[in-house]
Design a protein around this ligand. Structure first.
Ligand code: ATP
Ligand code: MG
Length: 249
């Protein structure tokens, strides 16, 4: 698998005026999430107050059940059942309509789900075309971007297959490729290398590092210290609380 053998992808639409570039890209204030069980309530995220700067590479770490995926889904604007404030650039996500949140997500965020979330009825090729279809990109250019990423991820031979015809690792590669193909402003990745061979995992981390060097903000959930080393900061969660936020080298 050779991710970097080709020239960079065509320049995608830029970060527009709807979300003005600023030092802080993501700002969470007293964000909380809980589930009701009969008369009782269990808390999954507690008073999360965190700023993430434009261009940062942050790792969210913590034990199983700590709330990492829950937090990432809120950042990805998939989940609206929470309280507190979430600003994405100048946009108050906590006040946006579902339609506006979805538009913001589609325009600026690439998301790698912990369980991939590939669609049964779409081929690999079609999965990779979906994020491009949200942008104002000509079909011929889209085709060339899909071919380029299939090549970079060494999955050209799989392009017409459906998810149930792929191995777990291949599904994960498709999920990562889908998140990065449209060159989003932010990549949110939930254990993006969990099902990959260690060398493939390193290549994904190198790809993220390269994208981050080019200005993409990256927030990954990981259990791997080695993966966290690629970032510059760790946000540690435990039982829904932020228990530490360390800078790494
Ligand atoms: N629908 C639900 N109802 C009640 N509790 C839920 C629900 N969904 C998730 N939870 C709880 O939220 C907590 C956080 O889950 P989350 O998936 O965010 O953990 P995680 O840190 O990503 O763990 P892992 O490392 O295993 O992926 C867990 O204790 C889980 O049981
Ligand atoms: Mg999780």
């Amino acid at each position: 698998m050779v991710f970097f053998s080709r020239s960079p992808q065509p320049t995608p639409p830029s970060f527009d005026d709807a979300v003005a570039p600023s030092d802080v890209l993501i700002s969470l204030h007293q964000l909380e999430k809980s589930y009701a069980h009969g008369t009782s309530r269990s808390w999954v995220l507690r008073r999360i107050t965190v700023d993430i700067k434009d261009g940062e590479f942050v790792s969210i770490m913590g034990p199983s059940g700590a709330g990492k995926s829950t937090l990432l889904h809120i950042l990805g604007m998939h989940d609206s059942a929470w309280s507190g404030e979430y600003y994405f650039g100048s946009q108050p996500v906590h006040r946006l309509s579902p339609k506006d949140r979805a538009a913001l997500h589609k325009k600026h965020i690439g998301f790698v789900f912990q369980s991939y979330h590939l669609l049964d009825h779409l081929t690999v090729y079609e999965h990779l075309d979906v994020p491009l279809s949200y942008r104002d990109i000509r079909k011929s250019e889209r085709d060339s971007m899909v071919c380029d990423i299939l090549d970079r991820f060494a999955i050209v031979g799989k392009k017409d297959l459906y998810p149930n015809q792929l191995s777990g690792g291949q599904q994960q590669l498709v999920a990562v490729a889908r998140a990065v193909i449209a060159n989003p402003k932010v990549i949110l990745a939930d254990e993006p290398t969990g099902n990959l061979h260690s060398s493939q995992g390193r290549e994904i981390m190198e790809l993220f590092k390269k994208l981050n060097d080019g200005g993409t903000t990256i927030i990954q959930v990981t259990h791997s210290e080695a993966n966290a080393e690629y970032g510059s900061r760790i946000i540690a969660l435990k039982d829904g609380w932020v228990v530490g936020a360390a800078q790494s080298q």
